[in-house]
Design a protein around this ligand. Structure first.
Ligand SMILES: *Cc1c(COP(=O)(O)O)cnc(C)c1O
Length: 228
């Protein structure tokens, strides 16, 4: 408990310092705890220190944790690649989906979100630095996707998500420019408030460029063991 508390306070301090350096308000940047590969007990411990937003990448693992921790007031974010045949679980169980990169995926999520639920928050994932093996739409497609997706009834299109390659800090500024540029095309521009970028190794550069949500795993929980 103490270790996690310390790690979280350290990350919150890094965020705060990055905001001071960039002359931004610290409440403009939210911490998303990326808990993939870590057991529910660990999530419970960090929840006890005040953390509410958690990010998961693997659907089955996430669904197991959502069930195990259903008595906690957790805001679940899906940050992995969205497969077309998995959208129903995402639409029903999560508060946010960050990895939307095609209209068909957004349309399915909107159709599958239950009428009695609040709209599903989504971010459009952009392959901002043209990496060959990466998910995300092409920057040139963003304008049209924002126009179309922002009109879907059961979704709230909140912004962009990017995962630039390491040593590519300029990509964060490119993402911020794109984010600002397309806002006018949104059917509900007041919903357009989230730039999901920055991880353990590059949160300062991301915040300097305008990130509003950093997705932090390693700096909170330590390194991940994928062998289990
Ligand atoms: C795993 C992951 C993170 C967290 O990365 P760390 O370097 O451990 O902070 C953030 N975003 C996405 C999309 C991830 O898959």
């Amino acid at each position: 408990m103490n270790d996690l508390n310390q790690a979280r306070n350290h990350v919150l301090k890094l965020i705060q310092q990055a905001c001071v350096v960039s002359k931004r308000n610290e409440d403009e940047v939210q911490l998303l705890a990326v808990s993939k590969t870590h057991p529910s007990e660990l999530l419970k411990e960090i929840y006890a220190t005040g953390q509410r937003a958690f990010g998961e990448n693997y659907l089955q693992e996430a669904l197991d944790k959502i069930t195990a921790l259903s008595d906690l007031d957790i805001e679940w974010h899906f940050i992995g690649h969205v497969q077309r045949n998995k959208t129903k679980h995402l639409a029903e169980k999560f508060a946010w989906v960050h990895g939307v990169d095609r209209f068909i995926i957004a349309e399915r999520l909107s159709n599958q979100r239950e009428d009695n639920q609040v709209p599903l928050n989504i971010c459009l994932q952009v392959n901002i630095d043209a990496q060959e093996s990466k998910d995300g739409c092409n920057p040139a497609e963003v304008a049209e996707l924002v126009k179309c997706i922002s009109q879907l009834p059961r979704l709230k299109l909140r912004g962009l998500m990017v995962i630039p390659a390491p040593n590519h800090p300029h990509a964060f500024m490119d993402a911020k420019h794109l984010f600002d540029e397309v806002k006018v095309l949104h059917a509900h521009p007041e919903d357009w408030d989230t730039l999901s970028m920055g991880m353990s190794g590059d949160l300062q550069a991301a915040i300097a460029a305008g990130s509003t949500m950093v997705r932090i795993g390693t700096a909170l929980f330590g390194s991940r063991d994928y062998s289990k």
